[in-house]
Design a protein around this ligand. Structure first.
Ligand SMILES: [Zn+2]
Length: 227
């Protein structure tokens, strides 16, 4: 068992990880990428191009930032139907991630801060937040977490929801604040004020979660980024 930490060194959760190659059926359907995985890769590529997922030497101690996940179609459906596929830890710097850069989170226990995963790498340090959202609202199918100081600083003007500054990232308080939002709605975009530059979008579709981010990104470019 290992303990996952983020850039700031906050302990997020205890991880029970099984090192293995994931079944091809998680990624492919009839010799093509499975539609949900194709959408995840397309969203990831665009977010990387925009610098919303990535790695910059002068930010966050040079660590990679941003992650995304999607509920995974698995057979048999139960009890693993809650399982989701998430980007692996420290892969934000990879321009075109492949299937080995994703991890299957098979189960979790929020009260015990426990997460179980399988794959060639370990999951993002922020995977427990994704798990909490999936657990709270069964209609949520896709989650994107990006970092942007412009979006974060102007969250109010951009019409975003927010979790309070005192709800620090990786804490029970943060989780409770996210639950309050996700139990009321199937889609949303939230500035996490207790997590520097952290923005999270969730929806019943990956394309829509991406849209929520692109919408505020485009607005911020018009309003605040005049070079
Ligand atoms: Zn983050």
């Amino acid at each position: 068992m290992s303990v996952m930490q983020d850039a700031e060194g906050v302990i997020k959760y205890s991880l029970k990880h099984t090192q293995k190659s994931l079944d091809a059926s998680l990624f492919y359907k009839e010799d093509q990428y499975h539609p949900y995985f194709q959408e995840l890769l397309e969203a990831r590529f665009l977010l990387y191009k925009l610098g919303l997922i990535g790695q910059k030497q002068d930010l966050y101690g040079g660590l990679a930032y941003g992650n995304l996940s999607s509920r995974a179609p698995i057979v048999p459906k139960s009890p693993a139907e809650r399982a989701f596929l998430i980007s692996a830890t420290q892969t934000g710097n990879i321009e075109k991630p492949r299937k080995e850069h994703f991890v299957l989170v098979t189960k979790w226990n929020v009260t015990q801060n426990m997460l179980y995963s399988e794959g060639e790498r370990k999951p993002s340090s922020e995977a427990l937040t994704h798990a909490i959202l999936y657990e709270t609202n069964p209609n949520i199918q896709a989650i994107i977490h990006i970092h942007s100081s412009i979006l974060w600083n102007h969250y109010r003007d951009l019409g975003m929801l927010a979790t309070p500054k005192e709800a620090e990232y990786g804490t029970v308080k943060m989780a409770n604040e996210m639950v309050k939002i996700a139990e009321k709605q199937d889609r949303g975009i939230v500035a996490m004020l207790g997590h520097q530059d952290g923005i999270l979008a969730f929806s019943s579709e990956m394309k829509d979660a991406l849209f929520l981010i692109l919408e505020v990104f485009a607005t911020s470019e018009i309003l605040f980024n005049h070079g």
